[in-house]
Design a protein around this ligand. Sequence first.
Ligand SMILES: Nc1ncnc2c1ncn2[C@@H]1O[C@H](COP(=O)(O)OP(=O)(O)OP(=O)(O)O)[C@@H](O)[C@H]1O
Ligand SMILES: [Mg+2]
Length: 338
Amino acid sequence: MTDSPISQHNPSKSDSPAPEEDASPQQKKQMEAAYQQMKRQMAMKKIADEISHKIMVLSGKGGVGKSTVATGLALSLAEQGLKVGLLDIDITGPNIPKMMGLDGMRLHVEEGRIHPNIGHSGVKVISMAFLLEDEDTPVVWRGPIKLGAIQQFIADVEWGILDHLIIDFPPGTSDEPLTVAQSLPDIDGIVIVTTPQEVALLDSRKSISFAKTLNVPVLGVVENMSGYTLRGTAEPNSRLQLIGPGGKKIDVEADGDGDWSAILDIFKKGGGERIAMDLKVPFLGALPFDPGVVRGGDDGVHRIVADPAGDSAKAFAKVVEAITEQLSEEAESGVNII
Ligand SMILES: Nc1ncnc2c1ncn2[C@@H]1O[C@H](COP(=O)(O)OP(=O)(O)OP(=O)(O)O)[C@@H](O)[C@H]1O
Ligand SMILES: [Mg+2]
């Protein structure tokens, strides 16, 4: 921590400042606040130095699958043998513990530092939910109190050395991502999750311009719930017609074994790729609509863990590959990719 520029202004190693004898109570309070702020900044810098990649997961609209994508991303990277942390910044609706099978866990504090709980594949998890005594009682912290709590919370976590930290947020262009982007140095980029409906896409445009105001690169857009694969059997090599959503006719052909499959675009398709092209940010891939994802989220076993050979896991692997590619391009070019 001594390499922090801040420490140059405070050579004292004692745990509290030494206010001047004649300082007024008001001045002492200000000095104490400044000292605490400095300690927090030093802790943030240490965390930033120890974690190679920090990725924020955002969406303009709620319920599009941010937490599912953040969890899947963390698990996929951990499955590759990397050291991964998952930070759930959603104070009002923290869902990550449930999705990671850590429901009901509490914070583990040792020597004044918060230690993450360990989920599937060794992913280190920190969530505001670990602070809640009762899951049904919402947290009503507002404004500066909430943001101060988030800063404090991040600064006090002992992550250790990590390859990746994935940070999940509440929906929208709220204060939380702004606070994290301003307090945690060297964030690599933002993954924006959308669904293919126009309303979600419209909000994703806002997220992309929000990322620019945060001055954090956009790693790209993921289109979630992007088509449902229907499968069946028929006479080998026969043709059949399905009636899809909105009465749309879908022609399918059974293969030599009689197996056929068709993708139903429940919420349209391709919108995520279009806005990515329009706004000149990378498209990271599409994840199918999969009822198993809902079950997995509820049961605390992510779809990619429960069915590693399934369509969702394969689609996830492609998205993770695209993100990894963006991270290495960013590292090579050394410039922001907005
Ligand atoms: N690809 C998918 N197929 C089917 N259901 C999905 C898919 N992705 C997410 N879901 C389901 O949609 C619901 C919302 O997902 P999730 O909680 O990840 O969204 P969110 O964007 O984090 O929501 P919030 O804005 O409230 O934080 C969950 O029940 C989840 O299981
Ligand atoms: Mg969420």
